[in-house]
Design a protein around this ligand. Structure first.
Ligand SMILES: *Cc1c(COP(=O)(O)O)cnc(C)c1O
Length: 424
């Protein structure tokens, strides 16, 4: 049965971030429950990456399913231009309540990349509407903000973006802040600050770049500096938001709030596609005018989908529960204990953590790289043992759903330790 599903799939489907030649080891998944997914042969896998970092409370969560199902029977979709609906109102109210005070308005989209596109367009047109020319954008090396053209432009450049190099717009790239480079970085920014429309960054953890982590105080200092130079700040919380860092949002670690914030992934608990971009009153006001051409001309067919908003509201209910907060804390503590063990291991180059996000780098002869052969060995090794992990080259990481059990996490750690003995 598995074989026939694979054959039928390969006959018609083209998968993301996949060289389809050699991708015949596809696994058909037919069921999800809690931290587990089940393949067509009934084999169970612990979803240690929350299905690409989206699943917060586990698969097929009955509470979210019930809320979405009720919504499905009430109002499945309505145009969001000229119309609104209670879910979008309630979700914006609740979310803004949880964000820094300066966040005042919510613009809905349907994924992370488009939430970034909206943020970039807000910043560029914010200046345009006031007759100001600021052609440059600032971003971090090794950042990742999505796969649409604007989001790709502000992401770290590499083999992925090479074919599109000519089509991507000019971006000033800086390294993530450290005490050692802050002054130099500030001097670089000062040189261009009159021309820089905005700075877009992943706070604390650069996910797709390899779960790279930087210090909150250093980031705060850099953001405060950019703010003083009137560079608009776009904080990409698409991955780190909703508890991943141990606090509700990465912003809760920082002393400088952003002008614009982007969310997706865990926003609906990973149930439905939804993205959103929040902004300050100041930015909103630069578009609010008697002049119709000053409006933000952007929208998607499924803007503020009532179903997706219902899922997001249900996910927030679950996230705010005491038992979820306790689970997040427990995962943080378990990771910390494991890192202490790993740090002594001769084959471990680095082990690091930000809240529920864990990463370790395997010592390899060659440089750390996404295309490292380690992936080819590690990915099937963990799958065979019933664990879904997607090593980024020689970097192994865990982003578990919060419902993962103490025992399952310990099993994953032990399997990693065994892998260190067996592989490489
Ligand atoms: C995944 C991700 C995005 C893009 O979101 P999609 O929904 O996949 O388009 C943007 N920024 C960060 C930090 C991400 O991790």
């Amino acid at each position: 049965m598995q074989q026939s599903l694979i054959e039928r799939d390969l006959a018609v489907n083209w998968h993301p971030y996949t060289q389809m030649k050699g991708a015949e080891d596809l696994i058909p998944i037919v069921k999800g429950e809690g931290a587990y997914i089940f393949d067509a042969n009934g084999k169970r896998y612990i979803d240690a990456v929350s299905s690409w970092w989206v699943t917060l409370h586990g698969h097929a969560h009955p509470y979210i399913a019930q809320k979405v199902s009720e919504q499905l029977n009430t109002l499945e979709q309505v145009i969001f231009a000229g119309f609104t609906h209670p879910n979008a109102i309630e979700l914006s109210e609740r979310l803004l309540n949880l964000l820094p005070q300066n966040q005042q308005k919510v613009f809905y989209t349907d994924n992370g990349s488009t939430a970034i596109e909206v943020a970039l367009k807000m910043c560029i047109q914010y200046h345009f509407n006031q007759g100001v020319q600021k052609p440059k954008i600032l971003a971090f090396n090794n950042g990742y903000h999505g796969d649409t053209f604007g989001a790709m432009s502000v992401s770290g450049r590499g083999l992925w973006t090479d074919p599109f190099g000519e089509q991507l717009f000019d971006v000033l790239f800086i390294d993530v802040p450290t005490q050692a480079n802050l002054e130099e970085t500030k001097a670089f920014i000062s040189k261009y600050s009159d021309e820089i429309a905005c700075f877009v960054y992943e706070p604390l953890v650069q996910g797709a770049g390899g779960m790279l982590m930087h210090n909150a105080d250093d980031l705060s200092e850099l953001l405060t500096f950019c703010h003083s130079k009137e560079i608009l700040l776009i904080q990409d919380e698409i991955f780190v938001g909703f508890g991943r860092t141990g606090k509700l949002f990465a912003t809760n670690y920082l002393t400088q709030s952003a002008d614009i914030m982007c969310f997706s992934k865990g926003l609906t608990g990973g149930t439905m596609p939804l993205g959103l971009t929040t902004c300050t009153q100041n930015i909103y006001d630069a578009f609010y005018s008697n002049d119709k051409t000053k409006a933000l001309f952007h929208g998607h067919s499924f803007t503020a989908s009532p179903l997706a908003c219902a899922a997001a509201l249900a996910s927030l209910d679950l996230l705010e529960k005491e038992e979820t907060q306790q689970a997040i804390l427990r995962i943080c503590n378990q990771h910390a204990d494991f890192i202490e063990i790993l740090k002594k291991h001769p084959k471990v180059k680095d082990a690091r953590q930000q809240g529920t996000i864990f990463a370790m780098e395997w010592k390899t002869p060659e440089e750390t790289s996404y295309f490292s052969d380690m992936h080819e060995q590690l990915y099937p090794y963990f799958l065979e043992r019933g664990i879904l992990m997607r090593p980024l080259g020689n970097i192994i990481y865990l982003v578990p759903p919060y419902c993962v059990s103490h025992e399952d996490l310990e099993y994953i750690y032990q399997t990693i330790l065994d892998a260190l003995d067996l592989i490489g």
